[in-house]
Design a protein around this ligand. Structure first.
Ligand SMILES: NC(=O)c1ccc[n+]([C@@H]2O[C@H](COP(=O)([O-])OP(=O)(O)OC[C@H]3O[C@@H](n4cnc5c(N)ncnc54)[C@H](OP(=O)(O)O)[C@@H]3O)[C@@H](O)[C@H]2O)c1
Length: 299
């Protein structure tokens, strides 16, 4: 690989993809690919795009991420979440590039009560999870250098996540309620960008990896951490406590979700030679940066 790797990012307009494209821009030749460049509902165009870009690394952050929409728009979900990564992986194998394919904690059933390991059995509950798992399998089948990297509860500056929406409501003085009986591990996009650099090295092994911040929390604890971070940053937050909800209270949800989907990241941490930072520190950092950027307006 050249000193300045050529990196092609699919889903570059999304929450994770935008953060990665920005993070690597100074050190790599980054080609950002969004829906305008390639509609992944039509996976046939992908090989042409990969061949033309001649990348060293392709990072696929594109997906239909609306879990409820996937439950009804089954063909679309399968085309984008399973067939597109299959085509990307084949094109990468053919051109000698490595594919880093982003996947999800929703490949797990949620029956565990300790963090899922990289080799834990996947048994998705939703069509979103099924299509993401099919995408994983297709990528791994296409070449041993390709990496499947599962993330969970993604948050960062490029698109609002649950924690941002909860904090914005708290700043406006609205009541904030969040589920207190569903657990996972948030993933900060800035930390993910740092960690994923490890796959730019030719020698990095492929396979399945987990990438999230350390520790386990509920949606309620995640939202509360956002509010606490804003208070610590000196913002006036009108609603200071998040009220608990039960998952069963969210009757509008169409697709079943895993109750517990925290993941252990030991394999990636070994490769990195360092631990990933705890989720609460990552939330503090995110809120501080958002406040400094003037993104948090008190009501
Ligand atoms: N968000 C989470 O909490 C979460 C949790 C676990 C795993 N993940 C995984 O993490 C990855 C990144 O997710 P994210 O949070 O960055 O999601 P996101 O903000 O929804 O980004 C997904 C991107 O995919 C693009 N996309 C969707 N359909 C497309 C199509 N037909 N053609 C081309 N592009 C299309 C979207 O384009 P538009 O912007 O034009 O819609 C968007 O840029 C995904 O693989 C997701 O499965 C996310």
């Amino acid at each position: 690989m050249s000193a300045r790797p050529r990196i092609l990012v699919f889903g570059a307009g999304g929450r994770l993809g935008a953060a990665l494209a920005r993070a690597y821009d100074a050190e790599a030749c980054v080609q950002s690919c969004g829906r305008a460049e390639a509609d992944l509902a039509d996976p046939a165009a992908i090989a042409r795009l990969v061949r033309a870009a001649r990348p060293d690394v392709v990072i696929n952050c594109a997906a239909v991420t609306n879990v409820d929409l996937c439950q009804t728009e089954r063909e679309l979900a399968r085309a984008v979440n399973a067939e597109s990564p299959r085509q990307m992986a084949r094109a990468c194998t053919e051109t000698g590039a490595r594919l880093v394919h982003i996947s999800t904690d929703y490949v797990f059933s949620g029956e565990a009560r300790t963090p899922y390991a990289e080799d834990s059995v996947a048994a998705p509950l939703s069509w979103y999870g099924c299509t993401k798992l099919e995408g994983e399998e297709a990528v791994l089948e296409a070449g041993a250098r390709h990496a499947v990297v599962r993330v969970s509860w993604v948050f960062g500056p490029d698109r609002d996540s649950f924690v941002d929406k909860a904090l914005q409501a708290a700043l406006r003085g609205e009541p904030v309620r969040a589920v207190a009986d569903k657990w996972s591990s948030p993933t900060y996009t800035l930390d993910a960008a740092d960690a994923l650099r490890v796959f730019f090295a030719d020698a990095a092994p492929g396979g399945v990896y987990h990438l999230c911040n350390r520790g386990v929390c509920t949606w309620r604890e995640w939202a509360q951490a956002g509010i606490d971070a804003a208070l610590a940053a000196g913002l006036h937050v009108a609603t200071t406590a998040v009220e608990p909800l039960r998952l069963a209270d969210l009757t509008a949800m169409v697709a079943p979700r895993p109750v517990y989907s925290a993941m252990s990241c030991g394999k990636l941490e070994s490769l990195l030679g360092r631990p990933l930072r705890p989720w609460s520190e990552a939330v503090d950092d995110h809120v501080k940066r958002q406040a400094q950027a003037g993104q948090l307006v008190t009501g």
